[in-house]
Design a protein around this ligand. Structure first.
Ligand SMILES: Cc1cc2nc3c(=O)[nH]c(=O)nc-3n(C[C@H](O)[C@H](O)[C@H](O)COP(=O)(O)O)c2cc1C
Length: 175
């Protein structure tokens, strides 16, 4: 069996989860930018940070997959919004469905983890995006906010870290 952990991470929280998962499973972890031939692997565990609903690097990496029949695919998202919120999870899954081949989506086991953010480290474009988003949603009443908006409003301009390695246990069980 040829297994691989692939991650897409801008600021390191997804990379931290990927490296801890690698340590605990003895499966090599590499950034999506360094994947050479995705079809060489039997079991693919893809972890990606959530950026405006997209899973960083996932679509680009998995679109090269063919011959899916004997493959195992595990997809893991890392975001700020609460991964125990049903609406949030539904939104993430619907987005994934649009970003990958139908067979990949049907085959994949999907998990959701919580990352973190440090506004002092954000690139200019990301800071600008968050400011626009924040201004667009900050005056919506509490009851009407989505988990995604709530997480953004609560953490806006702050440094927060929700990384919790114990949440990897369910993924290790699946592997
Ligand atoms: C521009 C931008 C867009 C984001 N969009 C989302 C989002 O749609 N959903 C979410 O839960 N978190 C979102 N986040 C939060 C990131 O997913 C979170 O910071 C994650 O831990 C980043 O992973 P990384 O540190 O591996 O890059 C966003 C963050 C930034 C800066």
């Amino acid at each position: 069996m040829n297994n691989i952990i692939i991650y897409g991470s801008h600021y390191g929280t997804t990379k931290q989860y990927a490296e801890e998962l690698s340590r605990r499973t003895n499966i090599e972890a590499i950034s999506f930018e360094n994947v050479k031939e995705i079809n060489d692997y039997d079991k693919i565990i893809y972890l990606g940070g959530l950026y405006a609903g997209g899973v960083l690097g996932m679509a680009k990496t998995l679109k090269k997959l063919n011959q899916l029949s004997n493959k195992t695919i595990i997809l893991v998202t890392v975001g700020l919004a609460d991964p125990t919120d049903e609406e949030n999870v539904n939104n993430i899954r619907n987005n994934i469905k649009r970003q990958v081949q139908k067979e990949v989506f049907e085959k994949a086991k999907i998990f959701h983890l919580r990352g973190g953010i440090d506004y002092s480290k954000l690139k200019f474009a990301h800071k600008t995006m968050m400011k626009l988003l924040y201004n667009a949603v900050k005056n919506i009443s509490q009851e009407k906010q989505t988990a995604e908006n709530r997480a953004m409003i609560e953490t806006y301009n702050k440094k927060v870290n929700f990384v919790d390695f114990s949440t990897l246990d369910k993924i290790i069980n699946e592997i």
